[in-house]
Every structure is written in structure tokens, then in C-alpha cells.
Design a protein around this ligand. Structure first.
Ligand SMILES: [Fe+2]
Ligand SMILES: [Fe+2]
Length: 358
């Protein structure tokens, strides 16, 4: 095998500093919001629960968890070729997602400090956790002789503006799905230690408890704003965010099934499990959840995967850009159509489910 095949090359902005992945609809985003509206929010309807969560954050159970031990101190050159490329990409995506949480929570903590001290402290303590997570992942990248320049990302990445209530739906789901992703990988390695090719996965058990607590915080905030959860609009938005988060993860992961294969997981099975668990969890707060067991649900997502493969093929072809555009158009339309059909699928009402979905 030639050397270039063994050691994939990455674009760098400086030696050892990886240039950030190209932004697409499927890459992790950075968010900003209406800080004034956030500061004015009345949390009194659920203040006791929020204070209890704040106490948990202050306890800082993972203070000593993120310490690299001796197992990291070895050469990782044997992880090579496509596995190495996928592995670095996994670390980068995870690091960017964690860092995105850090930036948003940190800014919220800073901007609402005077008007809403309880929420502000919660946000600041969550940003502490996310900074640890992102830092730990970035350090892991350095085992592969790369790193992300997080300062560069802060200044150069686009920020998406969301109203506070959309921030809550989106971050709640990303924390809970993060929890299920980490714990599922951790449990897999518990059963199959021979698949654990790199030590970072050992840290996932305590790590995912941070994400679980963060998710509980957003659950409690939404319950403090019952108007966010109890009308017909809330039902439409819940469906929209559940579907967006599930579809994004599924399309991303299936595209990278080689990564999951390299750690002994089947990407489809893994994703279906994570989606089912996150959907069940969301029933604790959202007024509706999705019928992810309906056969059409994955059938339609699979059609989108087929479309995306075609889109990539066209993008990598030699035809001129405007020809590419017309070739791509039907696949974009089909993706939009599938998304709409998925969105319109009959959801599951949570009220009638209470006590069942836990
Ligand atoms: Fe995190
Ligand atoms: Fe988190």
C-alpha cells in the first residue's frame, strides 16, 4: 500500500491545525439568541426544580474526570487509512458540537447575569462542562497530530439566530440525544472491550451524565414556561425539532457508517436505538413525539440517503456548475418532499401515553 493511502492528508490552516470542515446543512452549528428576552423570562413556576438542578451543577461530579491517563501515551499510527480519516472526523464533529454548546451557554451566562442570576449560573456551569468536553476531544485530535483552532472557529463560523423557545427545543434534544449516543457507545464497549480502539470511549459514562443533567435543565426551563408546551403550535414545533434532529443524525451517521463499523457497531442499528430512546425521553416534556416505529419512517429517510449519494456523485463529477445544478434539482426536491411527508406523519400524543413511555 502506498504511503498516501495509509496516512490520509487533511487540509490545514497552519501545520497541525486542521481547517474546519466545510459547513453544510448537516454540520454542527453555532447559535445565538435574544438575550434580553431570555433575561426577562419568568422561571418562578418551576423555580424549585431549577434550584435543585443548580445545586447538582455546583456539586461538579466530574471535576476530576477528564484527566488523560497512561493509556493515551502511545502511538496511534496503527489507526490508519480510511479508519483514521473517519476517526479524526468523528473527533472533530464531536468537538465542534461540544464547543458550540460552550459558546452559547457561556454567552448566556454572561449576558443575563444581572437580571436572571439563577439561570445565568446554570448556563455558566454548563459551559464549564462543555469546555471540558470540547477540550478533551481536541486533545484527542492531537494524538492524531491535528487540532482545531477553537478561537478561529469562534470568529469565523456562522451563527444561527434562534428565539429562546427554539433554543430550548433544539438544545434540549441535542443534550438528550448526546446522552443516548455516548451511553450507547459506552455500553457497546462494555460488552465488546475488544472493539475499543482508543481510550476516549472509557470516559463516556460519566461524560454522558453531564449531558443528561444539561437536558434535564432544559426540560425544567420548558416546564417553567407551560405556554411553550401546551398549545397546537407547541405540537407542531415539537414535531419539527424531533424530526430535524433525528433526520440530521441519521443522514450524517449512515454517510459515515465506516466509522461505526470500525468500532464494531452497525450505524443503522445504533441510530435506530438512539432515536427510539431519545424519542421516548422527549415524551417527558414534549406534548407529542414521533411514530419512529412506523415502517414508512425509515423508508423515507433511506430515500433521502439515496438522494444524498446521488448529490455527492454529481458534485464530484466534472460537469459545469450550472449543469450540476439542474442534475441535482430533482434530488433536492425529493429530499424536501420526503421531509414534508415525514413531518406530516401522524405523531403520538403524549398525554395518552403517560406512564407508558419512560
Ligand atoms: Fe457536552
Ligand atoms: Fe451538554
Amino acid at each position: 500500500m502506498v504511503d498516501t493511502l495509509k496516512k490520509p492528508s487533511f487540509e490545514e490552516i497552519r501545520p497541525g491545525v486542521k481547517s474546519p470542515a466545510k459547513e453544510t446543512i448537516l454540520t454542527p452549528r453555532f447559535y445565538t439568541t435574544d438575550f434580553e428576552a431570555m433575561a426577562q423570562m419568568d422561571i418562578s413556576p418551576n423555580e424549585d426544580e431549577l434550584l435543585a438542578i443548580l445545586e447538582e451543577f455546583r456539586a461538579d461530579y466530574n471535576r476530576h474526570h477528564f484527566v488523560r491517563d497512561a493509556e493515551f501515551e502511545q502511538s496511534w499510527e496503527h489507526i490508519d487509512g480510511e479508519t483514521r480519516r473517519l476517526f479524526v472526523e468523528f473527533l472533530e464533529r464531536s468537538c465542534t458540537a461540544e464547543f458550540s454548546g460552550f459558546l452559547l451557554y457561556k454567552e448566556l451566562g454572561r449576558r443575563i447575569k444581572d437580571k436572571s442570576p439563577v439561570l445565568a449560573e446554570c448556563f455558566t456551569l454548563m459551559s464549564r462542562d462543555e469546555a471540558r468536553h470540547a477540550g478533551f476531544l481536541n486533545k484527542a485530535m492531537s494524538d492524531f497530530n491535528l487540532a482545531l483552532d477553537l478561537g478561529f472557529l469562534t470568529k469565523n463560523k456562522k451563527y444561527t439566530f434562534f428565539q429562546p423557545k427554539f433554543i430550548f427545543y433544539a438544545t434540549y434534544l441535542s443534550e438528550k440525544i448526546g446522552y443516548w449516543r455516548y451511553i450507547t457507545i459506552y455500553r457497546h464497549f462494555e460488552a465488546h472491550p475488544e472493539d475499543r480502539i482508543y481510550p476516549i470511549f472509557r470516559f463516556f459514562e460519566n461524560w454522558c451524565q453531564d449531558e443528561n443533567r444539561h437536558g434535564d435543565f432544559f426540560d425544567a426551563i420548558m416546564k417553567a414556561q407551560p405556554q411553550m408546551l401546551n398549545d397546537w403550535q407547541a405540537k407542531l414545533w415539537s414535531r419539527f425539532f424531533l424530526l430535524s434532529v433525528f433526520a440530521t443524525m441519521y443522514l450524517n451517521d449512515i454517510q459515515r457508517s465506516g466509522f461505526y463499523q470500525s468500532i464494531g457497531l452497525d450505524a443503522r442499528e445504533y441510530d435506530k436505538h438512539v432515536i427510539q430512546k431519545t424519542n421516548e425521553t422527549a415524551a417527558r416534556v414534549f406534548p407529542v413525539i414521533l411514530d419512529v416505529e412506523h415502517p414508512k419512517f425509515y423508508e423515507r429517510l433511506e430515500l433521502c440517503i439515496g438522494n444524498n449519494e446521488k448529490l455527492t456523485e454529481i458534485a464530484n463529477s466534472n460537469s459545469p456548475k450550472f449543469v450540476q445544478f439542474f442534475k441535482k434539482l430533482p434530488y433536492y426536491v425529493s429530499n424536501g418532499w420526503q421531509f414534508l411527508r415525514l413531518y406530516l406523519m401522524k405523531p403520538m400524543e403524549v398525554a395518552s401515553q403517560q406512564g407508558v413511555v419512560r
